[in-house]
Design a protein around this ligand. Structure first.
Ligand code: PXP
Length: 237
């Protein structure tokens, strides 16, 4: 059965909208664990738009399940990972102007840079996963470079609008999943998955881990809103 890593970045996005102390992603991580999360995923972006350094430190101390740090292969962030030592680092591409991680890593084109980051993190005892598009050459490059796992980018499948495009992107995931297992890499999947589109992907054999964030946090806001309003109403009355 695949594990569920819950990405709590967008709890921190709400906090950072006011630069205040709530909602605290550390609390969110504890609640996600109570709900059955097998892992907590956070992305420490270079611009600190959601998760901040303090979150990484506190979550390292408090998370009881697997802590997965998504990160760019940049010196400052590698330094923080080496110091904090999450269980797993997922290397992702990062552009300041993007709204979210837009494409997979170019492991082929940036072999040396990614390989060096990967080895440094592994030498310090962390597992390294590479976030890549479901493309055969990238999977081969990830295996050659010595990564422990790859996370296949499910965004193109999730964003497909027509039935034809959805089918094509789903088939790419199936083929890439097979290639990942054949290359001896641990198979993760994530990005853009929702309550509607996840089941089909979850039926693909051999997936060890999903990382899902936006859809879970979005639902949490709505399913929790009625109770939150009742509690405030009781106070104002
Ligand atoms: N996996 C990776 C590598 C990501 O960068 C993200 C987004 O931070 C996710 C999974 C989660 O994506 P979503 O928030 O769309 O579920």
């Amino acid at each position: 059965m695949p594990a569920l890593g819950v990405n709590i970045d967008h709890v921190a996005t709400i906090r950072q909208a006011r630069r205040t102390i709530e909602p605290d992603p550390v609390w969110a991580a504890a609640l996600a664990e109570l709900g059955g999360a097998d892992g907590i995923t956070i992305h420490l972006r270079e611009d600190r738009r959601h998760i901040i350094d303090r979150d990484v430190r506190l979550l390292k101390d408090t998370v009881q399940v697997k802590l997965n740090l998504e990160m760019a292969a940049e010196e400052e962030i590698i330094g923080i990972a080496l110091e904090t030592r999450p269980d797993q680092c997922t290397l992702v591409p990062e552009k300041r102007e993007e709204i979210t991680t837009e494409g997979g890593l170019d492991v082929l084109g940036q072999n040396e840079r990614i390989g060096t980051a990967c080895r440094r993190l592994q030498d310090a005892g962390m597992e390294v996963s590479l976030f890549i598009d479901p493309v055969a050459q990238q999977i081969t490059a990830a295996a050659e470079l010595g990564a422990d796992a790859v996370e296949l980018h499910t965004g193109a499948y999730a964003d497909a609008v027509t039935a034809e495009d959805t089918e094509r992107e789903f088939e790419s995931l199936v083929t890439a999943a097979e290639a990942t297992r054949a290359a001896g890499l641990v198979l993760h999947m994530g990005h853009g998955l929702t309550y509607r589109n996840v089941s089909r992907v979850a039926a693909i054999p051999g997936i060890c881990e999903f990382n899902i964030g936006h859809s879970i946090v979005s639902r949490a806001v709505l399913v929790g809103l009625e109770r939150a309003v009742r509690e405030m109403k009781a106070l104002v009355e």
